[in-house]
Design a protein around this ligand. Structure first.
Ligand code: SF4
Ligand code: SF4
Length: 285
């Protein structure tokens, strides 16, 4: 079973939930931290890292001796990663590649009528694999200054082990990196907090998950803070509230020390393990 943990915005408790699940579920578990821009699950899991692998994408290199400046490559690039500047007077034209914008899709090379484009590897980050006892841990880290996390997220997901219960810690938000992370999940846990901002972003995330047709439920973190509108929204929409984590100074203090909620307060282990049973009920509907 693959369970993604997502949230509409950062700082709602997504990593609290994903790491607590990874430490509470029985049987072999794998935790994939796909928040490649800012991975932090390792702070709570403290894995013994065994392997580090580079992540590359293939970016175009244009042979200026062959290129006729026809502009086809710039036309087909959906990411504006190529600009073709026509020559003027004594100024020679040029085809420029903006490597940081390139997604490595290969379209420009495919469509170049002169076969003037070759590809070269560009390192965009690393994937690290480690263990904490029986728990397998994988996370990705983008190189500093990189703009795109999906290639690193895909590399993390290539390590997905279907022989284990897999917890995917998705990046925050509702954009491309989130879709890349949660694609293929059997179920999704949406973490929110009962504030106007939390509710606003929860609504956006619910729209995305519904479009992806993934069964889901909500965990309300910092329950007791804010108001009742998040619960009212869930009730109106028929969204199950899987768990409420109280707004607690003690939980926040342990979090700030890098201690998982289920290690500081073991009484929560059963509740996190039970959360998956509730998700399974949602999947069977
Ligand atoms: S498609 Fe090929 S020939 Fe045309 S501008 Fe691009 S690299 Fe040059
Ligand atoms: S490989 Fe794809 S994204 Fe990169 S420059 Fe070519 S068309 Fe654009």
């Amino acid at each position: 079973m693959i369970i993604s943990v997502a949230s509409g915005k950062g700082g709602t408790g997504k990593t609290t939930v994903s790491t607590a699940l990874a430490l509470s579920l029985p049987g072999p578990v794998q935790l994939l931290d796909c928040d490649a821009e800012e991975p932090n699950a390792h702070i709570f899991i403290k894995p013994d890292i065994k392997r580090t692998e580079d992540v590359f994408i293939y970016v175009p290199r244009i042979d200026e001796d062959i290129c006729t400046l026809c502009g086809r490559c710039a036309e087909v690039c959906a990411y504006n990663a190529i600009a073709v500047l026509p020559g003027s007077g004594r100024t020679a034209g040029r085809a420029l590649v903006f490597r940081e914008l390139c997604h490595g899709c290969g379209s420009c090379r495919y469509f170049c009528p002169e076969n003037a484009i070759k590809e070269e590897k560009r390192k965009v980050g690393v994937v690290e694999v480690g263990y904490r006892g029986e728990l397998e841990f994988v996370h990705g880290r983008m190189n500093i200054g990189e703009a795109m996390s999906p290639p690193v997220i895909r590399a993390v997901k290539h390590k997905l082990n279907k022989g284990r219960t897999v917890i995917v810690d998705a990046p925050p938000g509702t954009t491309c990196p989130v879709i890349t992370a949660i694609h293929g999940s059997d179920a999704c846990v949406l973490v929110t907090e009962p504030t106007p901002f939390g509710l606003h972003d929860l609504r956006l995330t619910v729209e995305v998950i519904k479009k992806m047709d993934i069964p889901f439920g909500v965990v309300i973190n910092r329950h007791g803070l804010g108001d009742e509108r998040t619960e009212e929204y869930c009730a109106q929409e028929g969204i199950p509230v899987l768990m409420k984590i109280p707004f607690s100074k003690e939980i926040a203090a342990e979090y700030s020390r890098g201690i998982s909620i289920v290690e500081a307060f073991p009484e929560y282990r059963d509740e996190f393990a039970g959360l998956v049973k509730k998700l399974e009920e949602e999947m069977s509907r």
